[in-house]
Design a protein around this ligand. Structure first.
Ligand SMILES: C[S@@+](CC[C@H](N)C(=O)[O-])C[C@H]1O[C@@H](n2cnc3c(N)ncnc32)[C@H](O)[C@@H]1O
Length: 423
């Protein structure tokens, strides 16, 4: 059977994401051409779209010399198929003749792309004759220019390049155990990591042993650090201020804390409740705006996992760098600063607050924390290396945690600070 419908589905997914600004998960859930494919064909279409998104900056720069008009001036559907074709040729183990002919055939199946078949064919033939851009174009070109320049100036070229290259990795699957981690590692065939997460090599989540019994939940190894830095104790009142879908709430509840899980998103709180039900854990769930909520009593400990650009999770969501604009990202620091000030107001004097974001953008992380410290609202409680086993290299000179590539295993990029409210 022809592979053209697979390339058509990949092109449609790319068109939905890059031209209509939908997330890849949303496009996968809703596109009929993709959903009508059989299992293995569907997986292949998804792999092509995912590879094109991971390598997008390289693909767009790499194909431009081969086009008689700029990519941006090309019809959206042909643009999507050029990207799908180039991903197969440069970054996937697909025979070149099949990648070209099936992708050109896909243009014939897609009416808005039909007239561009000759242009597509010529471009992809040139791609087959050329070296992969991985050999010639800087890793920073994997990102839009604004992001490359921000992270390049924040961390230096070498660290920023390592961060960019880390988005090419398939994301790892990490589990957090409800109880004994060694037992979960044995049951699932995973490896127990130094911080207590379980690294799973492969397997569909729902089919892994212990899923239905609620013995564990999916959580990146770096995402476990914020709750661990609160040292939750049995019966201790802890507020999880931006809680849904609840990975950190589950950690705190599993440690025996008396958790209040607050979030303003009803659908996300439904997921949190499902996670509590599956694991048999308990938390008081509150739907409210964290900037305005007035607690019945001050809390001795608070976790603030603030809304952020999520640019530390590009391995899982490679499209994020392209569908979020610099203006979108610029909106977060205001929200984060207001939530941190509100959280400080809900904290008892002498109490501990952990602030975290899953982004390496300093304006959303260390800058927010330094501003609060500068105002005298909070002081820093520096983290010690022995508190973050496996992530010792992520400790910053100031005593915060920044999980860039190379500071642990394969994980998301988190910024985490532990703070105290002056008594
Ligand atoms: C990074 S996510 C939290 C992830 C969660 N802590 C976990 O571990 O699963 C940020 C959350 O903040 C919530 N949020 C954003 N603005 C908020 C506000 N003003 N008040 C309460 N929740 C808010 C979002 O709905 C989102 O669920």
């Amino acid at each position: 059977m022809s592979g053209a419908p697979i390339r058509l589905a990949a092109g449609r997914l790319l068109n939905l994401v890059l031209d209509k600004k939908r997330t890849l998960d949303d496009a996968l859930a809703t596109d009929d051409a993709y959903n009508n494919l059989d299992g293995s064909d569907r997986a292949f279409a998804r792999a092509i779209a995912s590879s094109a998104l991971r390598h997008l900056g390289w693909i767009d720069r790499g194909v431009s010399p081969f086009l008689s008009r700029p990519l941006s001036a090309t019809g959206a559907e042909i643009r999507a198929l050029i990207r799908a074709g180039a991903a197969q040729i440069w970054f996937m183990d697909v025979p070149h003749h099949a990648a070209v002919s099936e992708t050109v055939e896909a243009a014939r199946l897609w009416s808005p792309a039909r007239s561009g078949g000759g242009f597509l064919n010529a471009a992809l033939r040139r791609v087959t004759e050329s070296e992969s851009p991985a050999a010639t174009i800087s890793p920073l070109a994997l990102w839009p220019d604004w992001l490359a320049s921000r992270l390049g100036s924040a961390y230096g070229r070498e660290a920023a390049e390592a961060l960019a290259l880390s988005q090419l990795e398939e994301p790892s699957l990490h589990l957090s155990p409800k109880g004994d981690g060694a037992r979960v590692a044995e049951a699932t065939g995973g490896t127990l990591l130094p911080d207590g997460a379980i690294d799973i090599v492969s397997g569909a989540v729902e089919t892994l042993p212990g899923y239905a019994a609620g013995d564990w939940w999916v959580q990146d190894a770096a995402a476990r650090i914020p709750a661990q830095l609160l040292s939750p104790q049995t019966g201790e009142r802890i507020l999880d201020l931006c809680a849904a879908p609840g990975g950190k709430t589950l950690q705190l509840a599993a440690a025996g804390a008396d958790v209040t899980a607050l979030d303003r998103s009803r659908p996300r709180l439904e997921r949190l409740k499902e996670n509590l039900a599956r694991t048999g854990l308990h938390a008081e769930v509150i739907i409210a705006d964290g900037e305005a909520w007035a607690p019945p009593a001050l809390f001795p400990k608070i976790l603030l996992d603030a809304p952020c650009s999520a640019l530390g999770t590009l391995r899982r969501h490679p499209e994020s760098a392209w569908i979020k604009t610099e203006d979108d990202v610029a909106r977060f620091p205001g929200v984060q600063a207001r939530l941190l000030a509100a959280a400080a107001g809900m904290l008892a004097p002498g109490g501990t607050l952990v602030y975290c974001v899953c982004t390496p953008v300093p304006a959303e992380g260390v800058d927010i924390v330094e501003a609060a410290i500068g105002k005298g609202i909070l002081t820093r409680s520096p983290v010690k290396a022995e508190e973050i086993p496996g992530f010792e290299a992520a400790l910053t000179p100031a005593g915060d945690v920044l999980t860039l590539p190379g500071t642990g295993g394969k994980h998301d990029a988190f910024y985490i600070a532990r703070l105290i409210k002056p008594a």
